[in-house]
Every structure is written in C-alpha cells, then in structure tokens.
Design a protein. Structure first.
Length: 422
C-alpha cells in the first residue's frame, strides 16, 4: 500500500508529487503529464499569468520556469507572455527531473477501503494507497450554457475541447463568453480567416492593464504591490495569503471566489480582437437549435428583453468551469455522497487541503472556495503542494486506523517507465 496516490499530473499534481517525494513518502502518480496544456489549448495561445508567477513547485525551488527558459535560450521577462506550448514543455521537463515515474493511465474510480483507498485504472488494475491527492485539473468541470446543452458536438463545443482550431478555417464561428479564453480563441479564429464573433452577457469588455515595470519607485510598490495575481493589495492577499483567506467566513470566501478576478482579456490580445472580431455585448442565449449548415441562436437583449436571432456554423462556449463535488465522477458514489460540501457545491476543505473524508486531499480549482482565487491559477500550486504534503504526513501519523492491505497485494509495486521519463 502506497503512502500517497497522486491522481493528476498537471501543475498541481506534479508539484505535490515533487514535495511528497522529497519528504520520503512512497507515492505513485497517475495521469498524462500536462495533459490539459498539451491537448486542450490551441497552439498560438499564451499564458496570461506572468512568467515569474507560473512556476511549478519543488522544495528547493530550482525547477522554475525561468530556469527552463534559460536552458532553451529564452529569457522569461516580466510583462512578456510565454507561449502555452513552451509552458507545457516546461511541465514535462519538471516531471522528468523533480517527480518519480508517472503512470500515464487514467484513474477511473477511487473508493474507500479499510486503512485507505483503492484506485482503479482504465484497464482494471487496482492500486492501494493510505491517502489520495486529487489534482484533476479543470477538465471534469467544463460549463456550457443550458441553452446549448444537448446539441451535437459538430455544432457546439467548449473552448477547452480544442488542441487546434484549424478545422474552423474560413468558417463562421461564434464564441460565447467575455474572458481571456473567449477573446484569445476569437483572435486565433480571426487569424485563421474565420468570420469570428464574441457574444457576451456583459455590457462591455474588460481588459487588463499593461503591468507596471518590475522595478518601480518604492512608493508605487507600496501603493500597489506586484503579486502572482496582479497588482494591488487585494490581489496580493489572494495570491500570497491563502491560509488567511481560509479563515474568512464561508459566505465571504464563496462570494470572493465567485466574483474576484472576473472575466477580462489580457492587454496583449486587445489589438488582435478589436479590429478583427465582431463583438455582441449585453446579450444572452435563450434558445438554440440546429439549422441547415449550422445552429440558430435566439438571444435576449438583457437591457430590454428584445429577442434576436443569429445563425452561425459553430458555437464555442468559452464559459469557464464549475468545480462541484457532484462532478467528481471518479469517486465512488459512497465516497462522493459522504463528502461535506459548501453552499456552492464545492467540497469542504480543511486547513491542509483534506476533505471531510480522512485521507482524501484535493487541489486546484476544487479548492478555490476554501483557499481563494489563487487556486484557479498555476501560482497556487506552490502553497498547495507544501501545505498538502504536510497534511498527508500528519494523516499518516494519526490514522485513520483499520485493517491495512499488505504491500504484496499491490500489482503495480514496480513502476512502469512512461514516455515522459524515457
């Protein structure tokens, strides 16, 4: 029986695994490294976060993004966005040098057993662990507007469903949403020769400002300090003090998690959108249905309730993610149903990222209502990894007690090398 099973090999899972290995834990890591970044983001996209705020976390801090970039002959500079494909390659490099061997099979079921948990992989193999860290990323939580649900994937897709936008070349595509994913997707579509439009509920688009220089007069830094989530003391608190955020009343945490750092486009994508993309604001999709050659959208003008029709060949919903316990389909019904949840449907998380079931730990977007907006970004991985592994070690010392499964019963005791580590 392993000390820890890490389920997920994105920035959070890899960071947790690095800290757990350094702590001497016997662990196993499951998942395709950096899968969301490699498989669900079209080439040509860039990180919205600053390079210095996009580090995966190892205990020594030697596997930073700027170190990897320097090895590639690239300087990671403040206010210069990093291509998504370079960030994905950075994650693979981190996995090779800071993480034990990764089993790239998908875990499809986790259930409690005496003394811990069993994890079942896609091929039916069972692996046992005393504790589990769920770092499943965002893909289980894609959110599509109700009016678009049930339509064929040929007509409607989520923005995270595309590793390439080439199949839309020259077509009419409507992107729903007003945040970075929507705006950057629309810009890429326009650059492919599409007739691209953005349809958003907001009355106006919001754009992030160009960040101030890293070196500034002291009074400017004191007034609006840099942080991993942007300038200003409020952002600094969210980015740098997740433990204090966790002490806020639940209603306050939920409100901040739902509203802070709302939809906005990066400053560097604005010039690519405004001249090339049609923008329809203050409109919401009331109904949608297939028509020859595409889909017809009935939209409501939020100001006056005027219904207008729009026909398009394809709709891309860049409408974000909603991380709720009910969407954790890999947890057995028994385990999922026993978890305490918050009012927004997300799991209740303790100070060490432990859920209400002893030994089950969670990371990433699932914990944003517990530890704040930083958990929606790579920047939150550093705090999470160190804190969660300390919680795992504490749990291993204190229980839960019960019948344990001998290590000889684990058919995967000898790790299988994967392509990411050869």
């Amino acid at each position: 029986m392993y000390d820890l099973l890490v389920v997920g090999a994105g920035p959070y899972g890899l960071s947790i695994a690095s800290h757990a290995a350094a702590a001497g834990l016997d662990l196993r890591v499951f998942g395709r490294p950096m899968a969301s970044w490699r498989d669900h983001m079209p080439r040509g996209m860039f990180l919205k976060s600053e390079p210095w705020a996009s580090n995966l976390s190892d205990p020594g801090g030697s596997r930073r993004l700027d170190v990897y970039c320097a090895r590639r002959g690239v300087t990671a500079r403040h206010a210069e966005p990093i291509p998504v494909e370079m960030f994905a390659d950075y994650g693979l490099w981190f996995a090779r040098h800071a993480v034990p061997e990764i089993d790239e099979r998908t875990v499809v079921r986790i259930a409690p057993v005496p003394g811990g948990f069993e994890a079942v992989t896609e091929d039916g193999t069972v692996v046992y662990g005393r504790t589990v860290a769920l770092a499943v990323g965002v893909m289980p939580f894609t959110e599509i507007p109700p009016a678009l649900r049930g339509l064929s994937p040929a007509l409607v897709s989520h923005s995270s469903h595309h590793s390439s936008l080439d199949r839309f070349r020259g077509r009419d595509v409507t992107v729903v949403g007003g945040g970075q994913a929507a705006l950057e997707t629309a810009a890429l579509l326009a650059e492919l020769g599409c007739r691209a439009r953005v349809l958003a509920r907001a009355e106006e688009l919001r754009w992030n400002d160009v960040p101030p220089p890293w070196q500034r007069p002291r009074w400017q830094s004191a007034r609006a300090p840099h942080s991993g989530l942007g300038c200003g003391w409020r952002n600094w608190f969210y980015a740098e003090r997740p433990a204090l955020f966790h002490r806020l009343p639940e209603s306050t945490r939920a409100r901040i998690a739902a509203t802070a750092l709302g939809p906005a486009g990066a400053w560097w994508v604005r010039d690519r959108v405004e001249p090339a993309v049609e923008v329809l604001l203050g409109r919401e999709i009331a109904a949608a249905g297939p028509v020859p050659g595409g889909v017809r959208l009935a939209t409501i003008d939020r100001a006056g309730g005027v219904v207008r029709s729009l026909e398009t060949e394809h709709v891309i919903a860049a409408t974000g993610f909603r991380a709720t316990t009910g969407r954790l389909g890999l947890l057995s019904p028994e385990l999922r149903g026993a978890l305490a949840t918050l009012a927004d449907g997300s799991p209740e998380i303790g100070r060490d990222f432990e859920a209400s079931h002893p030994g089950l730990f969670m990371a990433g977007l699932l914990t944003a209502s517990g530890f704040g907006p930083a958990m929606r970004f790579v920047h939150g991985a550093t705090f999470t990894a160190g804190t969660l592994v300390r919680g795992v070690r504490r749990r291993l010392r204190t229980g839960p007690r019960g019948e344990t499964i001998p290590a000889s019963g684990n058919p995967l005791r000898h790790r299988v090398p994967t392509a990411a580590h050869r």
